[in-house]
Design a protein around this ligand. Structure first.
Ligand code: CU
Length: 247
């Protein structure tokens, strides 16, 4: 085929990918359009691995902070069978310096009576959009013990509400109308975080070099912290071992 006849095809494919949401949105948010709705097992407490579930790991796309020591990558794995049951969020604790929240708000969608994504890690201070893209009303609130407390009340399809997560920590979301709805927003002090995949793997790039504490939030596993020395311009390997199941 001649080159000139390929061009319209390529353009068409490009438009299709774009229209289908095949390109993920800005940092911190998962592309919900490209992935099938999460399997109920991911949030229902059923401990059977869901091999077919397609989890997309958001790229933190952390902007390197100005640092004389340089930056490195942390690559790791959760050594636990529960890594295959549900995703987790791994985040670096207490990094010096402060970065502004992303210009584009992370999104916690409500569709088919499911929060998507199930875990949403954000930089503290981020405002999260809560669109109701369902055909029913939802009433989103934070459960007791959450880092950020709020209650959006009932709202209709087509409405977008917003919540600023200005406290570091985990906020457990629920819906007053649909008790099966559950999700978490994890507000991190810095943008150095990643979701784990169904093999328990994760990767965090552009982490300022130095001795770092790395913490895990996982629905099935006790919060755990490991230490890692981040050497600049290197892939620094770390393992979470001895993970205990939540009681
Ligand atoms: Cu609801």
């Amino acid at each position: 085929m001649k080159r000139s006849s390929l061009a319209p095809l390529a353009l068409g494919a490009l438009v299709l990918v774009f229209l289908s949401g095949g390109w993920s949105r800005e940092k911190g948010s998962q592309s919900s359009a490209a992935a099938p709705p999460p399997e109920p097992a991911a949030s229902s407490g059923i401990d059977a691995p869901v091999e077919a579930a397609q989890l997309s790991t958001p790229s933190p796309n952390a902007t390197p902070m100005a640092t004389a020591k340089g930056v490195g990558t942390i690559k790791g794995i959760l050594k636990s069978p529960y890594a295959r049951v549900a995703e987790g969020v791994v985040f670096v604790e207490n990094v010096e310096g402060k970065l502004p929240p992303p210009r584009q708000n992370p999104v916690m969608d409500q569709k088919n009576k499911i929060f998507t994504p199930h875990l949403l890690p954000v930089l503290v201070g981020s405002t999260v959009d809560f669109p109701n893209t369902d055909d029913v009303r939802h009433s989103v609130y934070s459960r007791d013990g959450s880092a950020t407390s709020f209650n959006l009340g009932q709202y209709d399809a087509g409405i977008v509400k917003h919540v600023m997560f200005d406290k570091i920590g985990v906020t457990h979301l629920a819906c007053n109308i649909h008790t099966e709805m559950s999700a978490y927003v994890i507000a991190s002090q810095n943008p150095y975080f990643a979701l784990t995949d169904r093999q328990g793997n994760f990767e965090i790039r552009n982490v300022p070099a130095g001795r770092r504490k790395l913490s895990l939030f996982h629905e099935k596993l006790e919060p755990t912290t490991v230490e890692v020395t981040v050497e600049p311009n290197k892939v620094n390997i770390v393992e979470f071992t001895g993970l205990k199941r939540r009681q």
